[in-house]
Structures are given as C-alpha cells and as structure tokens.
Design a protein around this ligand. Structure first.
Ligand code: DOR
Ligand code: ZN
Length: 340
C-alpha cells in the first residue's frame, strides 16, 4: 500500500478568489496548495479589459502571503460586447491566459454574461486563431429546462455546434457533472478538455437534499444522480489527458448560504488536494493522481510543467467547521491524507 506520494507541484485550473476582504481571507489557501491557478473573473463588476485584469492580478499578488511562490493566471469575462482586439491584446500582453463564457444568468456573477454565443462569434474566431483557450460554464438558462438537465442540454444546443464550427478553438468544459459531459469530452478532438471539482467526485444530489436541505453542498452546476458522479469519477482517474484538476472553490460568507435564497458555491480550497487524493486512493488509482493534478492541465494550456514537488501522506486531516466566516467542503470530517 502506498502511504506517501510525492508529485510535481500541482495547479488549480478553476478557482474563485473574489476581491477585497474575501480575497485577503482565501488567497492563502489556494497559494498553499497550488503553484498556479486560473482565477475566475466573475467579480462585481466583472474583469473585462486587460487593464482591469492587470489590476486584479496585482491585488491577488498582494493578498498572497510572501512565503508562497504562486502565480495567478487571469481570465477575461466575455460579454455580448466583448472586443476581439481587446482579448487579443490582453492575451499577447500576458495578462489574459484565457477567456470565460458565462451564459447570462447561469450562475453567481453571470448577469453580464453572454446572451447568445452568436454575439461573440468574432471574438471566438480570433481566440481560435491566436490559441487563446475558451473556458465554458456549460449550462443552458432556459426556464423550461430542468436544472438537473441544463448541462446535457447545453452540450446539444451550444457546445457541440461550437466545436464543429470552430474546430481549432481550445475549449475547457468547466466543472463537468454528468455522464453526457464525460462522453462528449472523450469523443471530442484533443483541443476539448474538462475540469473536475472535488465535490462532483464526492457527492451526489442526495448530499444536498436528504435529511434536510444542506446549503453547503449546493453549487452550480448542481450535483447530479449517483450514476453521473460515478462517470465523472471514472473520467478523473482514467489517466486521460483531457481531464484535469479545477476546484471551482467558490467561497461565500455563511449567512449568504444559510438563507432563504442561498448562494451557489462550495469553498474547497483549504483541503482540495486531500479531498482529491482520497478519491484516487478509493479508486485504486494513486498512480494517475500526478497526471490529473500536475500534468494534464499545463499540457492542455500549452504551459510548462511546474518544477518542485509536494508530498501527501496517509494521516488524519481534521477539517474545521468554519474557516473565518466560510464553511469549507468536508466541514467536520476527517480526511485520510495530509499535505506534508
Ligand atoms: O457554484 C458556483 N459558484 N458555480 C459557479 O459557476 C460560480 C460560483 C461562484 O462564483 O460563487
Ligand atoms: Zn466557477
């Protein structure tokens, strides 16, 4: 039995660090575990221009304690009026690593998102030309589509046609939650990948709804049936280079989650690696963990692998009930691995 695992330093290819006091509070947790992270731009107002991206990157760097060697990778937030030249300029300047498509009103901070992909086709064509990845929150927002079906319907209505229309565009299907998403990504060309969160590996929708309503298990896309969790788990541990680590850590103060209309988002950054490795261990796939955590992401993005290593070993990690005003994923549980 493997009791200790040393891997190349990992990255988080999808995280919400927020701004202001919350950024000050949470930045350290991501920087403690990861060398780099793709930082989501759904601030209020969102990060849409290269100068806003640069200013946000400075605020993140200032919020990370000096002891950590951490690189934030900034993402542009696409709107109906995004400009291809601004995206290309931001990308060429090394400010924007990628751009994010939020369908308008799909989730937290998406009010300024895209109402129809046709409105940004010129921007996406330019991104395909320059090799700038498109990151997608893949859910439709139609009122007549059940929330548990919104990811699968998005594939049929938007994602599949987009991949056909722009076959060169690098696309990351973010935080996949369904067997349909797994199957789509597997059968798509090599320039289509996906991130997978810890929560979608650990919980199905029962965690949210059985024995009482549990707001800290609520995020978007919402956790689905068990058959979908099993499909996502199989993809994560498969060793396929198309699937990589992206926590979607999304902190919200406890009073905004424990409310009549609670916010979507799970704060998993503090123990993300301990959470992920538990899954690879349970699946007998510890040998696949380094690829998922440290290699598939940079290879997909065309970025260098990190130098240096981290070590995880068997041992108790007790997850506290709260971290400041935020309830972490696995609150009150003991995980079986610890970061050395
Ligand atoms: O649960 C979520 N929270 N999903 C998202 O897409 C956004 C995120 C947030 O920003 O809180
Ligand atoms: Zn997210």
């Amino acid at each position: 039995m493997t009791d200790r695992l040393t891997i190349r330093r990992p990255d988080d290819w999808h995280v919400h660090l927020r701004d202001g006091a919350m950024l000050e509070h949470v930045a350290r947790y991501t920087a403690r575990q990861f060398a780099r992270a793709i930082i989501m731009p759904n601030l209020s107002p969102p990060v849409t221009t290269a100068s806003e991206g640069e200013a946000y990157r400075d605020r993140i760097r200032a919020a990370v304690p000096a002891e950590y060697d951490f690189t934030p990778l900034i993402v542009a937030y696409l709107t109906d009026s995004s400009d291809a030249d601004e995206m290309a300029r931001g990308h060429a300047a090394g400010v924007f690593t990628a751009a994010k498509l939020y369908p308008a009103h799909a989730t937290t901070g998406s009010a300024h998102g895209v109402t129809d992909v046709a409105n940004i086709m010129g921007v996406l064509e330019r991104m395909a030309e320059i090799g700038m990845p498109l990151l997608i929150h893949g859910e439709v927002t139609d009122h007549d589509i059940d929330i548990f079906d919104r990811e699968a319907v998005f594939i049929d209505r938007t994602l599949a046609p987009l991949v056909t229309r722009l076959p060169e565009l690098k696309i990351v299907f973010e935080h996949i939650t369904t067997s349909e998403a797994v199957d789509f990504v597997k059968s798509a060309p090599a320039n289509v990948g996906a991130t997978i969160t810890p929560q979608h590996l650990h919980i199905n929708r029962n965690a949210m709804l059985v024995g009482g309503i549990r707001p800290h298990a609520y995020c978007l896309p919402v956790a689905k049936r068990e058959q979908h969790r099993l499909a996502v788990r199989a993809a994560a541990v498969s060793g396929s280079p198309k699937f990589f680590l992206g926590t979607d850590s999304a902190p919200h103060a406890v009073h905004t989650k424990e409310a009549a209309c609670g916010c979507a988002g799970i704060f998993n950054a503090p123990y993300a690696l301990e959470s992920y490795i538990a899954v690879f261990d349970e699946e007998g796939a510890l040998d696949k963990f380094e690829g998922f955590a440290s290699e598939h992401g940079p290879n997909f993005y065309g970025l260098p692998l990190n130098g240096g290593t981290i070590t995880l070993e068997r041992g108790a990690t007790v997850v506290p009930d709260t971290i400041g005003e935020v309830v972490p994923f696995h609150a009150g549980e003991t995980l079986g691995w610890k970061l050395v």
